[in-house]
Design a binder for this molecule. Structure first.
Ligand code: CA
Ligand code: CA
Ligand code: CA
Length: 208
């Protein structure tokens, strides 16, 4: 039964090829996290200025987990990042051990990340989307790989001193494939399967 073993190997190869194609399609995407020029666009994978707002660069084929992590803060004030979809709060200096919040989202195309910075006494807040030259406080980011940034706030204290360490942390976006029941576009998955099966048929004909 040499042929049966051969077919088994070919099937494995076809499945592997389909997987490579699927993974390749994911890797060809731009960064899942991007930054604009401070005024809504254009968005980039690199940082050009000390202002700019953060986006999830999403695709319909995936769901995304967005993780916000507080690393620390060096400020006499009390600064908080709030993830505004789930309401998770990360306050530097006085947080109670919670240093990480996570939210799952779907997105098709660039979507502003939903978070804001808040300070008490003096009280102010600004949301991602308002990190522009008109706003006294601001945050800076630097990319840490394709799907994460380090982010630092300057809260305008002491000058402002523009030290961007008054709340600092990390935002990471993990892409995960949608469940089979939840995929709106089954066409691309079926197309990949079709390519794999067509390849299998061609080899089979050559062998016979
Ligand atoms: Ca500081
Ligand atoms: Ca503080
Ligand atoms: Ca500062």
């Amino acid at each position: 039964m040499e042929n049966a073993q051969g077919m088994k190997n070919l099937k494995s190869l076809a499945i592997a090829a389909a997987l490579v194609l699927a993974v390749g399609a994911g890797n060809a995407q731009a960064n899942t996290i991007q930054v604009d020029d401070g005024n809504g666009g254009p968005i980039h994978d690199v940082v050009g200025t000390e202002i700019g707002n953060l986006y999830l660069n999403g695709s319909a084929a995936f769901e995304y987990d967005i993780v916000y992590e507080l690393i620390g803060g060096i400020s006499g004030y009390e600064n908080t990042l709030t993830e505004t979809i789930g309401g998770g709060i990360l306050t530097e200096g006085s947080h109670d051990g919670l240093s990480r919040v996570q939210v799952g989202v779907t997105s098709v195309g660039p979507t502003l990340l939903q978070f804001k910075f808040t300070q008490l006494n003096p009280a102010w807040e600004f949301a991602n989307g308002g990190n522009n030259s008109a706003n006294p406080a601001s945050f800076r980011v630097t990319f840490a790989g394709a799907n994460a940034v380090l982010i630092g706030l300057d809260d305008t204290g002491a000058g402002p001193d523009k030290d961007f360490n008054d709340w600092f942390g990390r935002i990471a976006i993990t892409q995960r494939r949608r469940s089979v029941n939840n995929v709106p576009d089954g066409g691309s998955a079926l197309a990949l399967l079709g390519i794999a099966l067509t390849g299998l048929g061609v080899v089979r004909r050559r062998l016979s």
